[in-house]
Ligand binder design. Structure first.
Ligand SMILES: Nc1ncnc2[nH]cnc12
Ligand SMILES: [Zn+2]
Length: 355
């Protein structure tokens, strides 16, 4: 009989997920079911849309971030009713729960829906209902982050940010952060300074994708011009030693997404994700799934892939999970609770894994 595995240990850790796009939980199967229900016509001229199986096979062959985004935006055209958004998010939370996620800070892309005539309030109603259910039934605390699409004109992003429905969602606390995502190059963070200045004035938490495909200078721009308190991806940080030291000293957290980086060809293999370099430099980071339905794995698969490639010790895993808890935007009581749970899990597993 085999003993407990490292995967079991990693599952038991009270993990925080900080980088997950709810629209990225749309599996090919659900996409086809919703397209049929909502009378949405999928592209006829792309063989990949012949069947869910063909689409899944196409997902194994992404060539870049933009190649993925092409499918990601078509996919979400199947989402129409509040119930669709709710079902999508609920499906994610169930996966997150079985992977041992304790706290989830999740992204969504309002412009990808409002641009095709879906009301922001419809999207939010669905996602917020699923978040409340996750808190009640699964004990997962949640934070919603509205992301702005950097390939669109900054003035359009600003206009949507100032829309009455978005402002209401920020002021009521239903949405507590903003982010910046989509095609990274050539859309540098400084294009969005005004948007972030306004979001900061509302007391929102600030983050931005930077240094995924784009250069390390996008990371410093996000920090200096946007005032973000964390960086999504940020793997290009290792190209700038001075910035690496500054981020380590200031304890700015990176939300690293290993399987995503491999599937989108930002790196060749998991071993090329700079996990060891970040650990050695004392940079705080969390490990996340990004778009699990597109990249072949939820959060635990990402943890396991990192473990298989880098063989972190129990103590190192404790440090990664602790950094994720401390870098979360939940309140101090929740953080204290999760830190205590972490200590118990590590105590319990130390003996089991080292014997
Ligand atoms: N990995 C990623 N990078 C940028 N924008 C995204 N939107 C969804 N996933 C993304
Ligand atoms: Zn992302």
């Amino acid at each position: 009989m085999s003993g407990p595995s490292f995967r079991d240990f990693l599952r038991c850790l009270p993990k925080c997920e900080h980088h997950m796009h709810l629209e990225g939980a749309l599996t090919p199967h659900v996409l086809f079911v919703l397209a049929e229900k909502n009378n949405v016509t999928l592209p006829q001229d792309d063989e990949a849309f012949k069947s869910p199986e063909a689409l899944l096979e196409r997902y194994q062959r992404f060539t870049s971030l933009d190649d993925f985004l092409h499918y990601y935006y078509i996919g979400m055209s199947a989402l129409v009713a509040a119930a669709d958004f709710e079902a999508l998010a609920w499906d994610y939370f169930q996966h997150a729960s079985s992977d041992g996620v304790a706290h989830a800070e999740v992204f969504f892309d309002p412009q990808a829906h409002t641009s095709r005539g879906i009301k922001y309030t419809t999207v939010l109603e669905g996602f917020d209902t699923a978040c409340k259910r996750a808190e009640k039934e699964l004990g997962i605390t949640t934070i919603l982050t509205s992301c702005f699409l950097r390939h669109l004109p900054p003035k359009d992003c600003l206009e949507l940010f100032e829309d009455e429905d978005l402002q209401e969602s920020y002021k009521s606390g239903v949405v507590r952060a903003i982010g910046l995502d989509s095609s990274e190059k050539p859309f540098p963070p400084e294009n969005f300074t005004e948007l972030y200045t306004k979001a900061k004035a509302l007391g929102l938490n600030l983050t931005a994708h930077a240094g995924e495909e784009g250069p390390a200078s996008y990371i410093s721009s996000a920090l200096h011009n946007l005032g973000v308190t964390r960086i999504d991806h940020g793997i290009k940080l290792v190209d700038d030693q001075q910035l690496l030291e500054k981020i380590a000293a200031e304890k700015t957290m990176l939300t690293v997404c290993p399987l995503s980086n491999v599937v989108l060809r930002c790196v060749n293999t998991i071993k090329d994700v700079p996990i060891r370099k970040l650990l050695d430099a004392g940079v705080q980071f969390s490990i996340n799934s990004d778009d699990p339905a597109y990249f072949g794995g939820y959060i635990l698969d990402n943890y396991v892939a990192v473990h298989d490639a880098f063989k972190l010790s129990v103590q190192e895993w404790e440090g990664v999970v602790r950094a994720g808890i401390k870098g979360s935007w939940c309140d101090d009581d929740r953080k204290a609770e999760l830190l205590q749970r972490l200590q118990h899990v590590v105590e319990e597993w130390k003996g089991k894994l080292e014997n």
